[in-house]
Ligand binder design. Structure first.
Ligand code: SF4
Length: 646
């Protein structure tokens, strides 16, 4: 029997069956540690630097362990990649007949009931959006998984999507006439029979939060859960353990109630009238929050008399509607379902009228024409641990960015993992040779109005030296757009900007367009893998601190202060360090990559906390001189020319 260490060695099966396989001692050690953790029914926090090969480092021991393991990834895209690409390679190399399953949230599967529901279900979407329906109906007769990802021509934001999938609220479960063929339940049954189940954090956390308690637990019991991209967990868990009521949920309730009313209760016209009045009242409530997008503490919002009255009016309408629905509920499952939802919404809305609690942060978020009312736990660690305990499994948390200057406390404290063993495996890349950290001198303070202009002035010669091939990562859309305007016409390289095309399209353009320069914000700081010369320069405008006026942060910071902690050093700095490490991780993606990382923020040097950031970055050569940047690229590009001419 081979050890996992041997399997990932030059004499192991991957050396034969995987093109470009290289032995990485860090990967072997990590795999060995995970094998021991699995066999000892233990838990582990493991940071694996970029290039360690952590996916294979956990897949190999998992497939050999004989245990039931749930692997949770950060996105659906990564989930598909793991299931359709990585898992088959490892399974083939190891030649083990492990049963695997891919499971996504219900919003990814076609709901046969809603598709067949009838014309009323589609009566609220435009003719243009409806044009997708014949294609969907055709596909529905052929698909055996019902996974909407198969519909590659259906845009991610197509309005019809929400009409052809179910939610926990409107799914009829075992009462549904399509239950036996239902794609959601078929996928869940398959997951129940599998030994290795690939999910994403959204589904897993929704399951932990027991959002679907009406239909029992979605995920089967497992021996171990592996959280990949685990650095995302604290924020995601905070979202998922929140209770949220959105204007969209109200709108869907009114739409579904109308459909159910037209089908089973059209003799009671008062229902239709009350729905119309509720819709009007909902619009007035949204208007009372103001046009500007905002995230505000509820106690500040609710101090406004106009908002208070608008909320009371809307609540009164909902209560009236609920009374009608109570009478009608016995007529059909759909009417009963709408009545229950209406009831639950009233209950939650009342908490915003009446309750202030120590443990929950109540806050308002407005987006475009919509709004969301949130109740977020002040501390998620106890809830997270309690929910995992209900699952009764061990956990392995892995990511390239979990520690802050070698310390895991920020991550482990947020999730209640202080007793869990935490270890780090450094990147196998030679950052001293492959990279240069450039810290320009003479930058103004980040709060000054000329800051972005200064960033661009400093960045221009660096972009020239790298001949494009650059990512400029910003901490705000405003700065990104200003930089775009300032750069346009001043460089000869193709300029791409986040938002001008879908993310995947932009990335593809960046990869295939020679000398491209891409400007991005949050979504380009992580999950982007561009290897080779195409990306040889990453420029970061500011240290990525979360906005200090965020209502959740403010409430948590106040609590920390009460407990005698310094929220800036305990929470804000470590969180920004993790974000910065993610951004920096875009630069060097394999052993042959090279590049310059330029961080413009002068606080990295001028403030004492700057050391925490610098000590958290890979160990690369540092310079404040532009001449070193020129020399670095000159040498590397000469090397490229020589290697091509050989
Ligand atoms: S069981 Fe639920 S998800 Fe499945 S077809 Fe019926 S309503 Fe849709």
């Amino acid at each position: 029997m081979f050890s996992v260490h041997d399997i990932l060695s030059e004499t192991g099966p991957f050396a034969d069956c995987l093109d470009g396989f290289t032995v990485r001692p860090q990967q072997q050690q990590l795999a060995q540690t995970i094998a021991e953790v699995l066999s000892n029914d233990d838990s582990l926090v493991c940071e694996a630097g970029t290039g360690t090969g952590k996916t294979f480092a956990y897949l190999v021991p998992v497939l050999l362990s004989g245990k039931r393991v749930i692997i949770s990834t950060g996105t659906k895209h990564l989930q598909d990649q793991l299931y359709y690409k990585d898992l088959p390679i490892v399974r083939k190399a190891l030649n083990v007949p492990v049963v695997t399953a891919l499971l996504k949230g219900r919003a990814n599967y076609l709901c046969l009931h809603r598709l067949e529901y009838g014309d009323e279900n589609f009566s609220y979407i435009s003719k243009e959006d409806l044009s997708e329906l014949p294609m969907i109906k055709q596909w529905a007769t052929q698909t055996d998984k019902g996974d909407l990802a198969e519909l590659t021509n259906l845009p991610e934001d197509a309005a019809i999507r929400s009409r052809i999938v179910s939610s926990a609220e409107n799914c009829l479960g075992q009462d549904c006439s399509f239950y036996d063929d239902c794609f959601v339940f078929k996928a869940r049954r398959k997951a129940n029979e599998a030994e290795v189940i690939i999910v994403n954090h959204h589904l897993l956390l929704a399951d932990l939060a027991l959002r679907e308690s009406g239909f029992g637990e979605v995920l089967p019991k497992a021996d171990t859960i592996i959280f990949d991209e685990a650095h995302q967990l604290p924020d995601l868990a905070s979202d998922f353990f929140s209770q949220t009521l959105s204007s969209r949920q109200f709108t869907e309730l009114f739409n579904d109630t109308t459909v159910a009313y037209l089908t089973d209760a059209s003799d009671m016209e008062e229902v239709q009238d009350e729905i119309r009045e509720s819709q009007t009242s909902l619009r007035k409530l949204r208007l009372s929050f103001g046009r500007k997008e905002r995230r505000s503490a509820w106690n500040e919002v609710f101090a406004d008399k106009e908002i208070k009255e608008a909320l009371q009016d809307f609540l009164d309408h909902l209560i009236t509607l609920e009374k009608y629905m109570d009478i009608l509920a016995e007529r059909s499952k759909s009417l009963e379902n709408c009545w229950r939802r209406c009831n639950n919404m009233i209950e939650m809305l009342q908490t915003f009228m009446e309750r202030e609690t120590e443990e929950l942060i109540q806050w308002l978020e407005t987006r475009g024409q919509g709004f969301l009312l949130h109740q977020t736990p002040l501390d998620i660690s106890a809830i997270f641990q309690a929910r995992l305990a209900e699952h009764g499994c061990n956990c392995i948390y892995t990511s390239a960015t979990l520690s802050v200057a070698g310390d895991f406390t920020h991550f482990t404290d947020q999730l209640g993992l202080s007793q869990t063993n935490a270890q780090s495996w450094s990147s196998p890349f030679d950052y001293q040779k492959q990279a240069l950290l450039y810290l320009p001198q003479g930058m103004p303070e980040p709060g000054e109005s000329i800051y972005t202009e200064a960033v661009i002035n400093m960045a221009l010669p660096v972009i020239e030296a790298s001949q494009g091939h650059a990512f400029l990562l910003f901490t705000s859309h405003r700065a990104m757009n200003e930089a775009y305007r300032l750069l346009a016409g001043r460089i000869d390289y193709p300029l791409l900007r986040q938002g001008d095309a879908p993310r995947s399209e932009l990335l593809q353009s960046f990869r295939i367009t020679k000398h491209a320069v891409l400007l991005g914000t949050n979504s380009f700081w992580e999950g982007v893998d561009v290897r080779g010369k195409a990306l040889s320069c990453v420029i970061i405008d500011k240290l990525p601190f979360a906005p200090p006026d965020d209502p959740v942060f403010r409430a948590r910071a106040a609590k920390m202060q009460e407990n005698g902690q310094n929220p800036f050093m305990t929470y804000q700095v470590p969180k920004a360090v993790i974000n910065l490490k993610q951004g920096v991780g875009r630069l060097i993606r394999d052993a042959n990559d090279y590049g310059v990382l330029m961080i413009c923020d002068p606080r990295l040097i001028s403030k004492a906390y700057g050391k925490v950031f610098l000590n958290s970055l890979p160990n690369m050569r540092r310079s404040t001189e532009l001449a070193d940047v020129d020399e670095f690229f000159f040498e590397k590009m000469q090397g490229d020319v020589l290697s091509v001419s050989k």
